[in-house]
Design a binder for this molecule. Structure first.
Ligand code: KG4
Ligand code: ZN
Length: 354
């Protein structure tokens, strides 16, 4: 393995590669958690006309973007490929064809440069976004990932291996935002559009359900909420559909957003009640870019004197810096992977024994 020339571990440079869904991203992060560069090429416009991510189109776009994005990330970090100490890649979970592009590219680079390859779990990497460029956080803490594919709460002793406390049993919260956006005739990705429309609506106009899966359970469910919004938008089968004017659309967006946030708040409170030993909260995932979500988290954290780590907006959504950030931690722990590292569609999380 290349060792950083000064021997100082904070000078270690890790390139992070992210291709799990519809962003091709690369970033260089150093051993001290400083982000030297972060480049993201989104494919939103390619998928917009389909109202969601089309896996085959995503894979082809990753193929086109990957090398230019990596070259730019290395250039903007002010280094060359030969200065890198390791290649980290998000190899699970995600769209398998998309992951194959990033994983193959990462293996090729690691082999050619003769440096270690570090496979990173994309969902766990979202938790590390809040630790980039910031002071150390005391562990254990709670971790919350709210994204297009995941709604999960973790107990985090070490971001390398967070313990899953609860997750969605059906749709992810971001998926619900995207589906509701489609119902309301908004563009893709739907989360930011719903947030914009919700700003002019009344969150109390509709009393949408907040799933409760059991008094002590901290799992999520968003499919009932999604169906309730569908009926309020399109009408119940056999009945005259309501008129979907601007006012009603805004009220639907605001009431949906409020119910979705209440679901997150309830499970977060349960997790804090069940784990009084934690004093911090790591948050990540695209939905944590939502201002109403951020305001709720700030209120909850302040009420419990919790050290809240909310990433800046650009690191809430998919990016390479979080992949490199977790890669730095795995590398420092001596964890690297062989060239047989396999992409996988699902996450692998350990679950707290009950
Ligand atoms: O973390 P991310 O970029 O990709 C996944 O790992 O899934 O999250 C994307 C999700 C999409 O569902 C998108 O609609 C949602 O995050 N999102 C938002 C906002 N910005 C992105 N949802 C609500 N409000 C936002 N401002
Ligand atoms: Zn993500």
């Amino acid at each position: 393995m290349n060792m950083p020339s000064s021997g100082d571990p904070t000078n270690t440079l890790v390139l992070g590669i992210e291709t799990s869904c519809d962003e091709t991203a690369a970033a260089v992060v150093d051993g001290g958690g400083r982000v030297r560069s972060s480049v993201v090429a989104t494919q939103h416009e390619l998928h917009a006309e389909y109202g969601g991510v089309v896996p085959e189109i995503a894979s082809r776009a990753h193929l086109e973007h990957l090398l230019p994005v990596i070259r730019r990330a290395v250039r903007e970090a002010g280094v060359t490929l030969s200065d890198l100490d390791a290649i980290a890649v998000g190899h699970r979970p995600g769209l398998i064809g998309a992951l194959l592009v990033g994983t193959s590219g990462a293996k090729g680079l690691a082999l050619a440069l003769d440096i270690p390859l570090v496979g990173v779990d994309h969902v766990h990497a979202h938790l590390v976004a809040g630790l980039l460029e910031s002071s150390p956080l005391e562990f254990p803490c709670l971790g919350l990932v709210v994204s297009g594919g995941h709604s999960s709460l973790y107990l985090v002793h070490d971001p390398i291996s967070p313990i899953l406390l609860g997750r969605t049993i059906d749709d992810a919260i971001g998926e619900a935002f995207d589906k509701v956006a489609a119902m309301l005739g908004l563009g893709h990705p739907g989360g930011p559009e719903v947030e914009r429309l919700a700003a002019s609506g009344d969150e109390n106009a509709f009393d949408f359900p907040v799933a409760n899966l059991g008094r002590d359970r901290i799992d999520f469910s968003f499919s009932g909420l999604k169906t309730a919004v569908l009926y309020a938008t399109k009408g119940h089968p056999g009945r005259t559909p309501p008129t979907l004017d601007e006012r009603r659309r805004a009220d639907l967006a605001a009431s949906f957003q409020s119910a979705a946030i209440k679901a997150v708040r309830r499970n977060l409170r349960r997790a804090f009640d069940q784990h009084p030993e934690v004093s911090g909260l790591l948050v990540g995932g695209g939905v944590s870019a939502n201002q109403a979500v951020r305001a709720m988290l700030q209120t909850e954290a302040a009420a419990r004197s919790i050290d809240l780590r909310l990433p800046p907006l650009e690191w809430c959504v998919d990016n390479g810096a979080m992949i490199a950030g977790l890669g730095v931690r795995r590398l420092a722990a001596g964890e690297t992977d062989g060239l047989d590292l396999a992409p996988a569609a699902t996450s692998r999380s350990s679950i707290l024994p009950s």
